[in-house]
Design a protein around this ligand. Structure first.
Ligand SMILES: Cc1cc2nc3c(=O)[nH]c(=O)nc-3n(C[C@H](O)[C@H](O)[C@H](O)COP(=O)(O)OP(=O)(O)OC[C@H]3O[C@@H](n4cnc5c(N)ncnc54)[C@H](O)[C@@H]3O)c2cc1C
Ligand code: SF4
Ligand code: SF4
Length: 434
């Protein structure tokens, strides 16, 4: 502990990492927050409205991100990753690589001329392939830091120097295509891993036809469509036709609670599916038939059962059963059969759009961090807690704590509570009170 001030490294700048960093700072710690992507925010930044109150995700997230970057106790290392770590006594020596952004934040005024001039278009990761971005791009409108970035992987300058259009177009001289990554070394007393989740790869469940039929999408893609700032400006669109759907099915537990895929529950899919059904019905009313295919609905959080009832009142059709194989129809739509256990009837649904509420796995970045810091994993692959009843924020590795969806699938309320507990435990550990 240098100068009596505890120092904490937080890995992951999603909602859990943000809240862990703010919590540790409020307790007097110096915090280094490392985020791999070019902006803070994590998955919550991709969401439209948040259950159960249906508040705007960016309205919830933006003040928290701003608080992080204006906090003098927090050094946000955005677009950076931990390369290696070693331990001497009670201190972790951690090497962090800051990736080259190629855009000087102090000069860029966000005019966008670089992106206009850029000839390269690739699928946008933020919009999950529903829109294109340039090789130089703003991660999203509410990004923090709000700044452009050049993606080396899609820019030809980094292969053969054949393009410099953005540098030539930038009126501020803010682009440096020859910028190099830099390394920072930090010494910290404790580490909090908050590196989040990825979606289960639904291509492995071939019967759903994900990635085969463009009109089979994930719930996260629907979130991007429903977002007023998203690729379709808040409208739900059938990707193959660019039209609004007249019939849509939302399939819960896609890849979850399934011995051939993920045996565990994704814990957010039921509520996300209900939210999606509710939002689509609210937007388009009787113009669209919405079917919700479920095993059983798990709505156990505070205010969740009430939201479930409200969503049901909005005219969606609940079907208790998992669909069979998705097939194309001669008319250009999709069809699937579902045996409805509630009515004992075999239904054949003809659909314009199918939304899969996908299972959740620990992010690849989370697994990397676990390896670097020697954190055990549970049988389900997520990072293991010290005690599932009394201490879900500590690991069995002294000085390494966990928060958010890297520990198990969870919603924001749970992720934030665990982050605050992890911050408290990490600072206490640093002060020798463990
Ligand atoms: C379709 C869908 C809808 C949802 N809707 C809601 C809702 O309405 N309400 C609700 O409460 N919850 C909802 N959720 C759940 C919500 O997304 C999670 O609770 C939340 O994102 C968990 O936050 P997190 O910070 O733990 O993880 P993430 O949001 O995954 O953030 C992790 C961060 O860590 C970064 N990272 C990863 N690896 C590294 C590394 N090695 N180094 C540095 N950084 C790294 C990532 O880039 C990311 O920024 C929904 C989930 C889905 C799938
Ligand atoms: S052209 Fe230059 S100043 Fe304008 S957004 Fe791009 S980098 Fe920033
Ligand atoms: S140098 Fe790369 S980022 Fe810049 S305009 Fe050309 S392709 Fe786009």
């Amino acid at each position: 502990m240098s100068g009596g001030q505890p120092s904490i490294l937080v890995i992951g700048g999603g909602i859990a990492g943000i809240e862990a960093a703010l919590g540790a700072s409020a307790l007097g710690a110096k915090v280094y927050l490392v985020e791999a992507q070019p902006s803070l925010g994590g998955r919550v930044a991709q969401l439209s409205l948040l259950y159960p109150q249906l508040s705007s995700s960016l309205e919830v997230l933006a003040p928290r991100m701003e608080k992080v970057v204006s906090d003098p106790n927090i050094e946000a290392l955005v677009y950076a990753e931990v390369k290696e770590a070693s331990r001497t006594g009670d201190t972790f020596k951690v090497k962090v690589v800051k990736k080259a952004r190629h855009v000087d934040l102090s000069k860029c005024d966000l005019c966008g001329k670089c992106a206009e001039a850029c000839p390269v278009e690739v699928p946008s990761e933020f919009d999950l392939g529903l829109s294109k971005r340039k090789a130089v791009y703003l991660p999203f409108n509410g990004a923090v830091p709000k700044a452009y970035v050049v993606d080396e992987a899609s820019c030809p300058y980094f292969k053969d120097k054949s393009c410099t259009a953005c540098r030539d177009a930038c009126p501020k001289g803010a682009i440096n295509l020859d910028g190099k990554p830099s390394e920072v070394e930090v010494n910290v007393d404790a580490v909090i891993i908050a590196a989040g989740y990825d979606l289960y790869d639904l291509r492995l469940k071939r019967e759903y036809g994900f990635n085969v039929y463009s009109d089979v999408i994930t719930g996260l893609q629907l979130e991007r469509m429903l977002s007023p700032e998203g690729p379709t400006k808040g409208e739900v669109i059938v990707p193959s036709r660019g039209e609004k759907p007249r019939s849509l099915a939302i399939v819960l537990c896609a890849g979850s609670r399934d011995e051939t895929a993920l045996p565990y529950c994704c814990r957010v899919g039921c509520m996300a599916g209900l939210k999606h059904a509710y939002e689509v019905k609210k937007k388009y009313g009787a113009d669209v038939d919405v079917y919700l295919c479920f095993n059983d609905v798990r709505a156990a959080g505070k205010g969740y059962e009430e939201f479930y009832r409200e969503a049901r009142r909005n005219g969606l059709v609940m079907v208790r059963g998992q669909p069979s194989e998705v097939r194309p129809t001669p008319e250009g739509g999709l069809t699937m059969k579902v045996f409805d256990e509630a009515t004992n009837k075999l239904l054949r649904l003809n659909l314009d759009l199918i939304v899969l509420e996908a299972g959740i796995v620990p992010s690849s970045g989370c697994l990397k961090a676990a390896e670097i810091f020697g954190v055990e994993r549970s049988p389900d692959g997520f990072l293991a807690e010290a005690d599932p009843r009394l201490d879900t924020w500590s690991t069995k590795t002294p000085g390494v704590f966990i928060a958010g969806a890297c520990h198990s699938p969870k919603d924001i309320a749970e992720a934030v509570s665990q982050a605050k507990a992890a911050a408290l435990a990490a600072v206490a550990y640093a002060r020798g009170k463990h």
